[in-house]
Design a protein around this ligand. Structure first.
Ligand SMILES: Cc1cc2nc3c(=O)[nH]c(=O)nc-3n(C[C@H](O)[C@H](O)[C@H](O)COP(=O)(O)O)c2cc1C
Length: 331
């Protein structure tokens, strides 16, 4: 009997868990078609960044105030205007184009943390035809008076506001730096998020000691990033009533299997596809099917969560016991 890979992710019926994560791959319709041909069960778009929305609006206001070609109008509020291929309007048009180009669901992404921009663009993204929306706050503060509680509340309030304004499924792409991650997950769920993407990556600065310059880290992930995702998937999947997606460090069939076993409904890949091309998705999907057939699994739903904290043979490995044991095992 053929193994059943189909899953439900944030209410979307998908043929299997494996999809490209948010990345510039969606800027080209040819690449999007290649991803679908390679078997992608959904297309996740890169983010529309709040800085783009605010930057464009500020630019327009300044053009009205100072004149079209004034330096003020040109003054950029974008970190790197060249870096964004799609402005806000083009982003919406790209959703429409991708929806026409492929049959699989399209998940758009908004990145920012101000309610007005989020709500406005979430509505437009829904109207443009996106099947779901990933929300990414990327909130890291250096202000002494901004507490963890306040940051968490802001994220929950943002989700509440977008939920009230739209009907498509929402999922939140989170940073891993929350001491009370399960509680936050629960609150996001109550606020209307159907899913979580674990995790957003932070790109650490690189310091050039000779030039005394800071530069950007290389944006592709390494395989070493997966275990952090596995830990949290395994810890929260038995308790939260949400769809979970793994994002970070998935390169191989074994990685993909581990993510599902720890509780992922969906498994997103970016760096591996940027390195090896869209067809790498086929390798993953075929490899997972083959492995599951050999190991006599009937479905991915049956396999999901089999190694989470509730179901794995020794759940203590997820706890302080596992931490102490690891340290003690050093010889
Ligand atoms: C070039 C590049 C662009 C990305 N753009 C976005 C983005 O716009 N929004 C977002 O949420 N994540 C973005 N990401 C992060 C990925 O979606 C993903 O979370 C991260 O790369 C970890 O997954 P990976 O190990 O499979 O690469 C980007 C990653 C890369 C490498």
């Amino acid at each position: 009997m053929d193994v059943d890979l189909s899953i439900k992710y944030c209410g979307l019926e998908l043929k299997h868990p494996f999809m490209p994560g948010a990345s510039p791959m969606v800027d080209s319709l040819d690449t999007v078609r290649q991803l679908e041909d390679a078997g992608a069960s959904a297309i996740v778009m890169h983010s529309l960044f709040e800085e783009q929305i605010v930057g464009e609006e500020l630019g327009m206001t300044r053009a009205r105030e100072f004149g079209e070609n004034s330096p003020e109008a040109a003054g950029s509020y974008l970190p790197d205007p060249e870096g964004y291929k799609l402005g806000p309007d083009e982003y919406l048009r790209q959703i429409e184009q991708i929806k026409k180009a492929v049959a699989v669901p399209v998940i758009a992404s908004l990145n920012g943390n101000h309610r007005d921009a989020w709500v406005r663009y979430a509505k437009l993204i829904e109207q443009a035809g996106a099947d779901a929306l990933e929300l990414n706050t990327y909130e890291m503060t250096f202000q002494l008076d901004q507490t963890t509680d306040a940051i968490e509340k802001q994220t929950v309030d943002l989700v509440t506001a977008v939920r009230a304004a739209t009907t498509i499924p929402l999922t939140v792409k989170m940073l891993p730096f929350f001491a009370g991650l399960p509680s936050l997950a629960q609150r996001l769920n109550k606020a209307g998020a159907a899913g979580l993407v674990l995790f957003n990556r932070t790109y650490q600065p690189v310091i050039d000691l000779e030039e005394l310059e800071m530069s950007h880290a290389y944006p592709l992930s390494s395989h070493d990033e997966l275990p952090l995702r596995l830990r949290w998937l395994g810890m929260i999947s038995p308790s939260v009533q949400m769809s979970l997606a793994a994002s970070g460090g998935v390169y191989t069939v074994d990685d993909a299997l581990r993510a599902v076993m720890c509780g992922a409904h969906a498994v997103q890949m970016v760096s591996a596809l940027l390195r090896y091309g869209p067809n790498h998705l086929t390798t993953i999907i075929d490899g997972v099917r083959e492995w599951m057939t050999e190991h006599e699994y009937e479905s991915v739903n049956q396999m999901r969560g089999s190694m989470n904290i509730k179901n794995c043979p020794d759940p203590r490995i997820y706890t302080r016991w596992g931490y102490i044991k690891t340290l003690m095992s050093w010889a």
